[in-house]
Design a protein around this ligand. Sequence first.
Ligand SMILES: Nc1ncnc2c1ncn2[C@@H]1O[C@H](COP(=O)(O)OP(=O)(O)OP(=O)(O)O)[C@@H](O)[C@H]1O
Ligand SMILES: [Mg+2]
Length: 380
Amino acid sequence: MSGVIGKVAAFARRPRGAAVPDAAAILAALPLPAVVLDAENRFRFANPAAELFFQLSQASLQGLALSELLPEDSRLFALIEQVRRQDAPVADHDLALDSPRLHRHGVSVHGAPLAELEGGVVLTLQDGSTAAMLDRQLHFLGAARGATAMAAMLAHEVKNPLSGIRGAAQLLEQGASEGDRELCTLIQEEADRIRKLVDRMEMFSDRPIERRPVNIHSVLDHVRRVAQTGFACHLRIAEEYDPSLPPVWGDRDQLVQILLNLVKNAAEAVDPREGEIVLATAYHHGVRIAVPGSSERVHLPLTVIVRDNGPGIPEPVRATLFEPFVTTKKGGQGLGLALVAKLVANHGGLIECDSRPGRTAFRLSLPAPPPGADLSETEE
Ligand SMILES: Nc1ncnc2c1ncn2[C@@H]1O[C@H](COP(=O)(O)OP(=O)(O)OP(=O)(O)O)[C@@H](O)[C@H]1O
Ligand SMILES: [Mg+2]
């Protein structure tokens, strides 16, 4: 007797009275969101992963009607009805759960009838957008790598001749006529502009990442101060911090760069009079994200969100948002988010964006220090 059959037989022979966890404990341990709805589509049970998914506590979900979370024409209601009608499991692998409080796309939902509860249905939900997001991350990483090689080439091939051109224009300026002097200034200004672009491209070069436990709230405070003394001096920046957050396992300078770019974009997007930026942190205990195409599951429990009330990401750049040179701004280089994607990838983290008019949120998922890391050395 071997394999599964052996295990089942061993289970059947287990000593009487051996503790078998009850169904609720098993469901609570599941990393997949699972809920039980009664015949009126009211929540009768929600596991911790479902609390995260719906962003409501178990106490708030208990007794709540699904129609209070989703519009009545949502395909999820049709799926639930089908489960009841056929008295059999039904699945849908590309559901959009869209409402003022929920924005999930490409969600896989499995529904099954619950014999113990008249009209009861068990639902498990899996956010397919996580897999799609990881796919995109790998794609952006490729794009950023392309930019890295280009940065090295540009720095080498462009910087030296450029300083020669600038110096020559400066020399010519001295003996030039009024009209020619203007042209010499133009050459110098344009050379400076190219120099700035090349300097920024150099940030993509593969600097080694030095990871330590970092207090992300002190990083956020630093970024807020920099923003409010400069480009965001006219804006309100609110904080929604989870005070019990453990440190991030990261490189402080790179984390500052990531957040400064996100806050700068938010500041540039919002209305100067009514603009508001929110910096939020949260801890998601026990949630592991499966990496597509591998058995690896990464633990990224720390969430940092930069949210603004601007008009949202313009449609034409949504699909290529994190690629270099994608911009809708006059004078923009389109390098901010490409750099962010690269630095987040250096951390083994994830970045996703959820945007609609009036609410754009960039969400970073970052790792905590590995077991055994010396937290007394946390960088403030
Ligand atoms: N918070 C936001 N709200 C609305 N649109 C945004 C936001 N963040 C980014 N975008 C859009 O994404 C584009 C790319 O952003 P990115 O930071 O990569 O480049 P940029 O800001 O245009 O230029 P750079 O950062 O190099 O100065 C922006 O031009 C803008 O259209
Ligand atoms: Mg930018």
